[in-house]
Design a protein around this ligand. Structure first.
Ligand SMILES: *Cc1c(COP(=O)(O)O)cnc(C)c1O
Length: 396
């Protein structure tokens, strides 16, 4: 069992216990489950009141309960939670950067991250260079005297390449920059970026942490208390805090996160090996197939539930298979209990330029699979019959 380094508010430290008792009450007469505090504002005794909660754009008790546990999972002060993962990314970048600053970003990251940097922050005078973050030399080569942030996603989306967090952290720190790791695919259960030297993690809780496709959310965690305060200030000033309803649903999802993630990862590993042997498949991307040594060293016992594969038949085969799948559903999402399939070129990465897509390794025949909790036999049968429609098409 994995343990987090320090426990502040509670008497246990294991990831499993922290998750399953997330936000739970212990005292006499307390509700066992965190209540949803559905109130925009909070009463004050007088104008000098220092009450913990005053207005729900600034803080809310249900959101705070989620923040406490998400911080504790990484041995850090409370997380800062947002309405979505991209709201979290926006706030942390606004907290760290100003016009004239430079960002080095992995080229294989969530499409929305690339869009945010290129099309929203770029025009504000924040420049970004996209590099292959799996090569520390490429990261080092892109760093300039103006670099303030190095942003990576590992394993990356959708190619599942693994970046050496320790190596990239050393490069960032030598340049006086901070390393941000998007930990959405593995969560603190399977990867602890702060332990590996990262300064901040950002997680789209919309995915595995919620796990049931019901509550959008994002979280930023850092052990730098002053920086956390700055991010909280940006959140208050820009207004993208998570709602109490969504924080509550996320807390409910968190309780079973370790169980779900380990079971879904085991199925994904089995399916990755099976897919690699299929005639319709040109290539399979999964962390333990790409860089097994680094994946083993960096991940906590499993490699996540997301894999991707390229079909020999390219775009037409990908369209055909995506349309023929019945159990696996075609959606723009990962991390839920259902097996979900995405065609990145036309969905998550559709807004990128053709060149940016190519650089990110998003080929037209690539399908991404987020493996759910169904039986492997059922998922395999679904894929098998979808592949058969492609073969039939080619044979005709
Ligand atoms: C979905 C996702 C995001 C953005 O999160 P939202 O909650 O959709 O805003 C960021 N990074 C990764 C890796 C994601 O999968």
């Amino acid at each position: 069992m994995t343990t987090r380094p320090t426990a502040s508010a509670s008497s246990f430290t294991s990831i499993d216990s922290l998750c399953c008792r997330a936000g739970a009450g212990f005292a006499d007469g307390q509700p066992l489950v965190t209540p949803i505090v559905q109130s925009t504002t909070f009463c004050r005794e007088g104008v000098d009141s220092r009450a913990e909660h005053q207005y729900s754009r600034v803080s809310n008790p249900t959101v705070s309960a989620l923040e406490d546990v998400l911080g504790a999972l990484e041995g850090a002060p409370p997380a800062v939670c947002f309405a979505t993962g991209l709201a979290a990314e926006t706030a942390l970048l606004l907290a760290l950067l100003k016009a004239g600053d430079h960002v080095v970003c992995g080229r294989a990251v969530y499409g929305g991250t690339t869009r945010l940097l290129q099309q929203v922050l770029g025009p504000l005078g924040i420049e970004a260079t996209f590099v292959d973050s799996t090569s520390p030399a490429a990261v080092a080569g892109a760093v300039t005297s103006r670099t303030r942030v190095v942003f990576i996603e590992t394993p990356a989306n959708p190619t599942l390449e693994v970046t050496d967090v320790r190596a990239v952290a050393a490069i960032a720190h030598r340049a006086g920059a901070r390393l941000v790791v998007d930990n959405t695919f593995l969560t603190p259960v399977l990867q602890q970026p702060l332990e590996l030297g990262a300064d901040l993690t950002v997680t789209s809780t919309t995915k595995f942490i919620d796990g049931h496709s019901v509550a959008p959310g994002g979280a930023v965690v850092t052990r730098d208390a002053a920086l956390a305060e700055r991010i909280r200030f940006v959140r208050k000033s820009t207004g993208a805090i998570q709602t109490p309803q969504h924080a509550w649903l996320t807390l409910q999802g968190l309780k079973t996160l370790p169980l779900r993630l380990r079971a879904q990862s085991a199925s994904a590993t089995t399916l990755a090996h099976w897919l690699a042997a299929q005639a319709a498949v040109a290539r399979v991307h999964y962390p333990s197939l790409g860089d097994p040594e680094l994946a083993e060293a960096q991940h906590l016992g499993a490699h996540g539930a997301v894999l991707s594969f390229e079909l020999l038949g390219g775009l037409s085969a990908a369209r055909q298979v995506a349309g023929a799948l019945r159990l696996c559903r075609l959606v723009e999402h990962v991390g839920s209990v259902e097996t979900l399939v995405t065609h990145p070129a036309s969905m998550t990465h559709a807004d990128l330029t053709v060149e940016a897509r190519a650089a990110a390794g998003v080929r037209d025949g690539l399908l991404r699979l987020s493996v759910g909790l169904e039986s492997i036999a059922d998922i395999r049968a679904d894929l098998e019959s979808a592949f058969a429609t492609v073969t039939a098409e080619v044979a005709r």
